[in-house]
Design a protein around this ligand. Sequence first.
Ligand code: NAD
Length: 474
Amino acid sequence: MREYLKHYINGEWIESTGTETMDVINPATEEVAGRISLGTLEDLDRAVKAARAAFPAFSKTSKEERVQLLENIADEYEKRKDDFIDAITEELGSPRSMSEKVHYEMGLNHFRETARLLKDFSFTERRGGTLIEKEAIGVSGLITPWNFPTNQTSTKIASAFAAGSTVVLKPAEITPFAAVILAEVFDAAGVPKGVFNLVNGTGEVIGDGISAHPDIDFVSFTGSAAVGQRVMENAAKTIKKVALELGGKSPLIILEDADLKEAAKIAVSNVVMNTGQVCTAATRTLVPKSMHDDFIEAVKAVLPKFPVGDPNDKHFVGPLVSKKQWDRVQGYIQKGIDEGAELVVGGLGKPEGLETGYYVKPTVFTNVKNDMVIAQEEIFGPVMSIITYETLDEALEIANDTEYGLAGYIVGKDPEAIKKAASNIRAGQIRINKAPSDFSAPFGGYKKSGIGREWGDYGINEYLEVKAVLGMPS
Ligand code: NAD
């Protein structure tokens, strides 16, 4: 049982000024795995003051010093590999192999890649007599969700440190363990006092407190669209810059020349990864009408390769993160049935033999119409909606008929069709076939999927202000 009852402020673990605590539930066992203290606005104020006090010196450190700092962090992070894997498996229910290969690795990649890109990052540009300088934005408030406990925190923090900005982090209260380990990593790596501060707590108190705080210059939020909107409204009162990474309802277009077995593998693995709790999940699978029946057979054949079960055993799909999330996903499965979509596999209830834990059946619906609720709203569970199309133009129209625009996927061979689809899907990231992740590529959404970009040099730019100095002597 983990007891994380202190906040990390100004380089020290200090008692909360409040007395409220919250249990953290292991979603695979439904048992209490730990406890955190719920911070107060006074705790947040202390953290902001520490970040403000540290800002003048940290923002003037050299690029080389910050590259070294990020490399030290990556080295210390690697030393805590087993701790990260244990924590993420406990708090999120992520299968151990995924906790390692996805969650642990993503966090590490952000620190390493940001350090690499920072070496060549230019903070000044000369245009005749004018000098353009990029300067650290100031104190940055970071609010992160529960579905990737190391990825979202690490990308934001690596970019902030690269830019010379100081931070106050509020991780999701239902998965707070990995962020505590991250704070310990920063401590061991020699991050100067006050540069990184961690305040645990609820969204209503600490999250809201961050977006409203007059001494925070920038808020970077990842989470749901509804809360993102609230963050933006709140931040408007003090005219703070806001970056939002929100939800998605991403299309996966299977082209007519695609290998169906391969396409089914890509589509299924995408939708069950992290038990479907992925903002970029390809939840709408667009299939040529003529290939529909064969595709359904291919999906049925591939699904057993992704077994659901205890995250400590060799399973690919763990439980959902919470009872709340389980109820939400059940509600959407019921909605799909009520709307008249055809259930191919899965459905309501828990998989056989998995009565304890928030397990769901990976579910595939076909004959889905794009205006159905299950095709328009983000479910955040392993639920695939298959929609048929007759021409690529029709597929693109369906793909873009959504209020979101985070990602798009294309599976097939014809380079012309691939290029046409890639340039016409209105989304921030397009993945063709099995293209590997690129930690230097910008990540973020069009439309209601968000504002701004994270990862790599685009991520660093979010934490910078731009100054033009006219008539600067050379
Ligand atoms: P959420 O919006 O409920 O919570 C996200 C964070 O915001 C948490 O830390 C929460 O405590 C905090 N929060 C809650 N109320 C707040 C308030 N009033 N003010 C400020 N902060 C507040 O989302 P979630 O349930 O944690 O995560 C799931 C959602 O996040 C999904 O919609 C998913 O698509 C989205 N998401 C997006 C990305 C992305 O990069 N685009 C990544 C992961 C998750």
